[in-house]
Design a protein around this ligand. Structure first.
Ligand code: CA
Length: 252
Protein backbone atom coordinates (compact mmCIF):
# COMPACT_ATOMS: atom_id res chain seq x y z
CA UNK A 1 0.00 0.00 0.00
CA UNK A 2 1.40 3.37 -1.01
CA UNK A 3 0.56 6.38 1.10
CA UNK A 4 1.14 10.09 0.50
CA UNK A 5 1.83 12.14 3.61
CA UNK A 6 1.22 15.87 3.21
CA UNK A 7 2.69 17.74 6.16
CA UNK A 8 4.80 20.89 6.32
CA UNK A 9 6.03 20.46 9.90
CA UNK A 10 9.29 18.54 9.55
CA UNK A 11 9.09 16.75 12.90
CA UNK A 12 5.54 15.54 12.33
CA UNK A 13 6.30 14.54 8.73
CA UNK A 14 9.27 12.47 9.85
CA UNK A 15 7.29 10.85 12.63
CA UNK A 16 4.47 9.90 10.27
CA UNK A 17 6.62 8.62 7.44
CA UNK A 18 8.88 6.63 9.75
CA UNK A 19 5.95 5.07 11.60
CA UNK A 20 4.06 4.19 8.43
CA UNK A 21 7.20 2.74 6.84
CA UNK A 22 7.68 0.54 9.93
CA UNK A 23 4.13 -0.70 9.42
CA UNK A 24 5.10 -1.74 5.90
CA UNK A 25 3.65 1.13 3.87
CA UNK A 26 5.48 2.75 0.98
CA UNK A 27 5.47 6.42 1.97
CA UNK A 28 6.04 9.62 0.01
CA UNK A 29 6.16 12.96 1.84
CA UNK A 30 5.40 16.40 0.41
CA UNK A 31 5.38 19.69 2.27
CA UNK A 32 2.86 21.96 0.60
CA UNK A 33 -0.56 21.89 -1.02
CA UNK A 34 0.52 22.41 -4.60
CA UNK A 35 3.05 19.56 -4.38
CA UNK A 36 0.34 17.38 -2.86
CA UNK A 37 -2.02 17.96 -5.79
CA UNK A 38 0.81 17.30 -8.24
CA UNK A 39 1.96 14.09 -6.51
CA UNK A 40 -1.53 12.69 -6.04
CA UNK A 41 -2.33 13.36 -9.68
CA UNK A 42 0.86 11.67 -10.89
CA UNK A 43 0.68 8.63 -8.62
CA UNK A 44 -2.32 6.49 -7.80
CA UNK A 45 -1.98 6.44 -3.99
CA UNK A 46 -3.94 3.99 -1.87
CA UNK A 47 -4.48 6.68 0.76
CA UNK A 48 -3.49 10.26 1.58
CA UNK A 49 -2.76 11.62 5.05
CA UNK A 50 -3.41 15.32 4.57
CA UNK A 51 -2.58 18.08 7.04
CA UNK A 52 -5.09 20.94 6.94
CA UNK A 53 -2.77 23.89 7.53
CA UNK A 54 -0.30 23.93 4.66
CA UNK A 55 1.71 26.50 2.69
CA UNK A 56 0.55 27.53 -0.80
CA UNK A 57 -2.85 25.81 -0.60
CA UNK A 58 -4.65 24.41 2.45
CA UNK A 59 -5.91 20.87 2.90
CA UNK A 60 -9.49 21.82 2.00
CA UNK A 61 -8.37 23.13 -1.38
CA UNK A 62 -6.10 20.14 -2.01
CA UNK A 63 -8.98 17.79 -1.33
CA UNK A 64 -11.42 19.77 -3.46
CA UNK A 65 -9.00 19.83 -6.40
CA UNK A 66 -8.23 16.13 -6.21
CA UNK A 67 -11.91 15.20 -6.15
CA UNK A 68 -12.64 17.62 -8.99
CA UNK A 69 -9.89 15.93 -10.97
CA UNK A 70 -11.44 12.52 -10.35
CA UNK A 71 -8.78 11.31 -7.89
CA UNK A 72 -10.57 9.22 -5.27
CA UNK A 73 -7.79 8.00 -2.98
CA UNK A 74 -9.20 7.98 0.57
CA UNK A 75 -8.14 11.11 2.49
CA UNK A 76 -7.48 11.22 6.23
CA UNK A 77 -7.33 14.88 7.21
CA UNK A 78 -5.16 16.00 10.12
CA UNK A 79 -5.40 19.27 11.92
CA UNK A 80 -4.44 21.12 15.04
CA UNK A 81 -7.83 22.78 14.94
CA UNK A 82 -10.61 21.23 16.91
CA UNK A 83 -13.27 23.43 15.40
CA UNK A 84 -16.38 21.44 14.46
CA UNK A 85 -16.91 23.73 11.43
CA UNK A 86 -13.50 22.68 10.06
CA UNK A 87 -14.30 19.02 10.47
CA UNK A 88 -17.61 19.47 8.68
CA UNK A 89 -15.97 21.43 5.88
CA UNK A 90 -13.22 18.85 5.50
CA UNK A 91 -15.70 16.02 5.12
CA UNK A 92 -17.87 18.06 2.78
CA UNK A 93 -15.03 18.82 0.37
CA UNK A 94 -14.37 15.12 0.05
CA UNK A 95 -12.16 14.00 2.95
CA UNK A 96 -13.11 10.58 4.27
CA UNK A 97 -12.02 10.89 7.87
CA UNK A 98 -10.65 13.42 10.25
CA UNK A 99 -8.19 13.34 13.13
CA UNK A 100 -7.37 16.26 15.42
CA UNK A 101 -3.81 16.80 16.63
CA UNK A 102 -2.48 15.62 18.98
CA UNK A 103 -3.45 12.06 18.11
CA UNK A 104 -2.03 8.65 18.90
CA UNK A 105 -0.13 6.97 16.10
CA UNK A 106 -2.13 3.81 16.79
CA UNK A 107 -5.43 5.55 16.18
CA UNK A 108 -4.11 7.19 13.02
CA UNK A 109 -3.04 3.86 11.51
CA UNK A 110 -6.30 2.18 12.56
CA UNK A 111 -8.26 4.89 10.74
CA UNK A 112 -5.96 4.53 7.76
CA UNK A 113 -6.59 0.77 7.64
CA UNK A 114 -10.34 1.37 7.76
CA UNK A 115 -10.04 3.78 4.81
CA UNK A 116 -7.88 1.35 2.85
CA UNK A 117 -10.54 -1.32 3.26
CA UNK A 118 -13.01 0.99 1.56
CA UNK A 119 -10.64 1.71 -1.32
CA UNK A 120 -10.65 4.48 -3.89
CA UNK A 121 -14.24 4.23 -5.01
CA UNK A 122 -15.84 7.23 -6.58
CA UNK A 123 -17.58 9.33 -3.92
CA UNK A 124 -18.04 12.81 -5.33
CA UNK A 125 -18.97 15.59 -2.93
CA UNK A 126 -21.10 17.10 -5.70
CA UNK A 127 -23.21 14.67 -7.72
CA UNK A 128 -23.55 15.13 -11.47
CA UNK A 129 -25.76 13.25 -13.94
CA UNK A 130 -25.94 14.80 -17.39
CA UNK A 131 -26.77 18.47 -16.93
CA UNK A 132 -28.03 17.93 -13.39
CA UNK A 133 -25.80 18.70 -10.42
CA UNK A 134 -26.59 18.33 -6.75
CA UNK A 135 -24.56 19.37 -3.72
CA UNK A 136 -25.83 17.40 -0.70
CA UNK A 137 -23.85 19.53 1.76
CA UNK A 138 -25.07 22.89 0.47
CA UNK A 139 -28.57 21.49 -0.21
CA UNK A 140 -28.48 22.97 -3.71
CA UNK A 141 -29.28 21.51 -7.11
CA UNK A 142 -28.96 22.86 -10.63
CA UNK A 143 -29.84 22.05 -14.20
CA UNK A 144 -27.03 23.59 -16.20
CA UNK A 145 -26.59 27.03 -14.67
CA UNK A 146 -30.15 27.27 -13.33
CA UNK A 147 -30.62 26.60 -9.65
CA UNK A 148 -33.62 24.40 -8.86
CA UNK A 149 -36.01 25.29 -6.05
CA UNK A 150 -36.85 21.99 -4.40
CA UNK A 151 -38.71 21.04 -1.23
CA UNK A 152 -36.81 18.81 1.20
CA UNK A 153 -38.62 15.66 -0.03
CA UNK A 154 -38.11 16.54 -3.69
CA UNK A 155 -34.44 17.14 -2.95
CA UNK A 156 -34.16 13.79 -1.18
CA UNK A 157 -35.74 11.96 -4.11
CA UNK A 158 -33.52 13.69 -6.66
CA UNK A 159 -30.47 12.87 -4.53
CA UNK A 160 -31.48 9.20 -4.45
CA UNK A 161 -31.83 9.14 -8.25
CA UNK A 162 -28.51 10.93 -8.71
CA UNK A 163 -26.74 8.44 -6.45
CA UNK A 164 -28.18 5.65 -8.60
CA UNK A 165 -28.13 6.94 -12.17
CA UNK A 166 -29.36 4.67 -14.98
CA UNK A 167 -30.90 2.28 -12.45
CA UNK A 168 -34.58 1.56 -12.21
CA UNK A 169 -35.74 2.49 -8.72
CA UNK A 170 -38.95 0.86 -7.57
CA UNK A 171 -41.56 2.84 -5.67
CA UNK A 172 -40.88 0.68 -2.62
CA UNK A 173 -37.19 1.50 -2.73
CA UNK A 174 -37.86 5.21 -3.04
CA UNK A 175 -40.29 5.11 -0.10
CA UNK A 176 -37.78 3.14 1.96
CA UNK A 177 -35.01 5.68 1.39
CA UNK A 178 -36.95 8.91 1.53
CA UNK A 179 -39.74 8.34 4.05
CA UNK A 180 -39.37 7.15 7.63
CA UNK A 181 -41.29 4.67 9.72
CA UNK A 182 -43.81 7.34 10.64
CA UNK A 183 -45.04 7.27 7.06
CA UNK A 184 -47.62 4.53 6.56
CA UNK A 185 -49.13 5.60 3.26
CA UNK A 186 -48.90 3.76 -0.01
CA UNK A 187 -46.22 4.03 -2.66
CA UNK A 188 -48.68 6.15 -4.63
CA UNK A 189 -47.10 9.13 -2.93
CA UNK A 190 -43.94 8.42 -4.92
CA UNK A 191 -45.77 8.99 -8.21
CA UNK A 192 -47.06 12.24 -6.81
CA UNK A 193 -43.60 13.44 -5.78
CA UNK A 194 -41.91 12.28 -8.97
CA UNK A 195 -44.55 14.37 -10.73
CA UNK A 196 -43.63 17.44 -8.62
CA UNK A 197 -39.97 16.81 -9.31
CA UNK A 198 -40.47 16.58 -13.07
CA UNK A 199 -42.34 19.87 -13.06
CA UNK A 200 -39.26 21.52 -11.56
CA UNK A 201 -36.36 19.55 -12.96
CA UNK A 202 -37.43 18.47 -16.47
CA UNK A 203 -40.53 20.20 -17.83
CA UNK A 204 -39.42 23.86 -17.59
CA UNK A 205 -36.38 22.88 -19.64
CA UNK A 206 -38.37 20.91 -22.21
CA UNK A 207 -36.54 17.68 -21.41
CA UNK A 208 -37.37 14.27 -19.99
CA UNK A 209 -34.51 12.86 -17.97
CA UNK A 210 -36.54 11.21 -15.24
CA UNK A 211 -38.40 8.46 -17.04
CA UNK A 212 -41.16 6.07 -16.06
CA UNK A 213 -40.31 2.42 -16.49
CA UNK A 214 -43.68 0.78 -16.84
CA UNK A 215 -44.46 -1.70 -14.12
CA UNK A 216 -41.05 -1.22 -12.49
CA UNK A 217 -40.56 2.32 -11.26
CA UNK A 218 -38.48 5.26 -12.39
CA UNK A 219 -35.05 5.82 -13.84
CA UNK A 220 -32.81 8.86 -14.17
CA UNK A 221 -31.17 8.82 -17.57
CA UNK A 222 -27.62 10.01 -18.20
CA UNK A 223 -28.73 12.52 -20.73
CA UNK A 224 -31.97 14.39 -21.02
CA UNK A 225 -34.06 13.57 -24.06
CA UNK A 226 -36.52 16.03 -25.47
CA UNK A 227 -39.93 15.67 -23.84
CA UNK A 228 -42.17 14.18 -26.57
CA UNK A 229 -45.28 15.70 -24.98
CA UNK A 230 -43.71 19.08 -25.54
CA UNK A 231 -44.43 20.66 -22.21
CA UNK A 232 -46.17 20.64 -18.86
CA UNK A 233 -48.86 18.07 -18.16
CA UNK A 234 -51.09 17.64 -15.19
CA UNK A 235 -50.31 14.56 -13.20
CA UNK A 236 -48.40 11.50 -14.19
CA UNK A 237 -50.24 8.26 -14.75
CA UNK A 238 -49.06 5.65 -12.28
CA UNK A 239 -47.53 2.65 -13.97
CA UNK A 240 -50.25 0.29 -12.89
CA UNK A 241 -51.31 -1.31 -9.66
CA UNK A 242 -51.12 1.74 -7.43
CA UNK A 243 -54.03 2.76 -5.29
CA UNK A 244 -55.66 6.13 -5.33
CA UNK A 245 -56.76 6.23 -1.70
CA UNK A 246 -53.44 7.56 -0.37
CA UNK A 247 -53.45 10.71 1.76
CA UNK A 248 -53.24 13.91 -0.24
CA UNK A 249 -49.64 14.39 0.74
CA UNK A 250 -47.24 13.63 3.56
CA UNK A 251 -45.65 16.27 5.72
CA UNK A 252 -42.37 17.33 4.20
CA1 CA B 1 0.74 22.11 8.99
Amino acid sequence: MRVLVVEDEKRMATLLSRGLAEDGYAVDVVGDGAEAVWAATEVSYDAIVLDLMLPVMDGFEVCRRLRAAGRWAPVLMLTARTDVADRIKGLDVGADDYLAKPFSFGEMTARLRALLRRGATERPAVLAVGELRLDPAARQAWRGAVELELSPKEFAILELFMRNPRQVLSRARIVEHVWDFAYDGTSNVVDQYVGYLRRKVDRPFGVEQLETVRGAGYRLRDTATVDPTGGPQTGDPPAGGTRRDAPAGPAV
